[in-house]
Write a protein that binds this ligand. Sequence first.
Ligand code: NAD
Length: 345
Amino acid sequence: MAPAAKVRVAINGYGTIGKRVADAVAKQPDMVLAGVAKTRPSFEAVRAVEKGYPLFVAGTGRAAEFEAVGLKVAGTLPDLLGRADIVVDATPDDVGLANRAIYAQRGIRAIFQGGEDADIAEASFSALANYAACRGKRSLRVVSCNTTGIARAVSVVEPRWGVASWEATLVRRAADPAESSRGPVNGILPHFHIPSHHGPDVRTVYPDLPIVTTALVVPTTLMHVHANHVRLRTAPKDVAEVIRAFRETPRFHLFAPWERVDGTPQAMEYARDRGIGLNDMIENVVWEAGVHLEGRELRFFQAIHQESIVVPENIDAIRAMLDLAPDGPTSVTRTDRALGIPAPR
Ligand code: NAD
């Protein structure tokens, strides 16, 4: 029997998220990277060419600008879309909305990111939460980094013990490491709007979850940290049962106290040492020492690497839309194996 044809994936927007999703697509056994589209030449365009990714010109960009600095382009965004079965839009917040019309006109399936409003796509997606409900959709929105982190945690807690209420305080990084235009920020900035938008966003994948989120921005670029307080419906036997549940779930990385990871600096140092993706920490980080249980009151901290957590989710979204896997867990295992993310142990 001839092997199944690989799905051709286009990436429009080649920045923090787009370049990581492109690398992840290139590693999947059932996908091929049709190319990446950028508006302007930059070091990232140079890297795309060095990696052998076909480079296309998007938006208001001009091929002549790329060619003037020696970067060969393979065509424009419409050319790229013509060579692809699906497009992942990783352009800045709200640009995806303008691009939606271009994708719709060409009849190509599209995945948008969390910076867009939920109504940009047929459904919002998070692999451990609602893969099954998103199968066969023509458009999906992968929820933001913080929402993905919370949704993953809900997928552990809710089915096992039920959730009577969930309160999360999000301590958010001020900027991404390369984002010099947003920093430095010398202060702690509370969001005065309560709930912050994250709680309602989690409900785009868990509609009935009784969750309230508050958020503050702090001067770091490494990760976000969530302080969670969950009132459970039934009590776990002990805290070890909760830690085991996180440990046995894909896309969670637990640090034991003896590992001496006392915060995000060592978590990201571990990621740099490990070298997955662009030295990314793709899993939710949970500190065993930070999981506390008192009857039905569960409290835990988790850290979220904003630049990479949504990368495997985009891959699973492609599989869900094109029905490339029998179910969500199979897709998650396939994605994680290809990316080198350790299986739960
Ligand atoms: P980014 O600014 O790092 O990258 C966006 C890229 O798109 C840039 O290279 C930019 O030049 C390019 N671009 C701009 N206009 C374009 C157009 N019309 N056509 C094609 N390319 C264009 O942004 P990002 O951080 O990668 O964010 C992309 C999306 O992912 C946003 O919706 C964001 O909210 C979401 N997201 C970001 C993070 C994060 O922490 N960075 C985490 C999760 C989700």
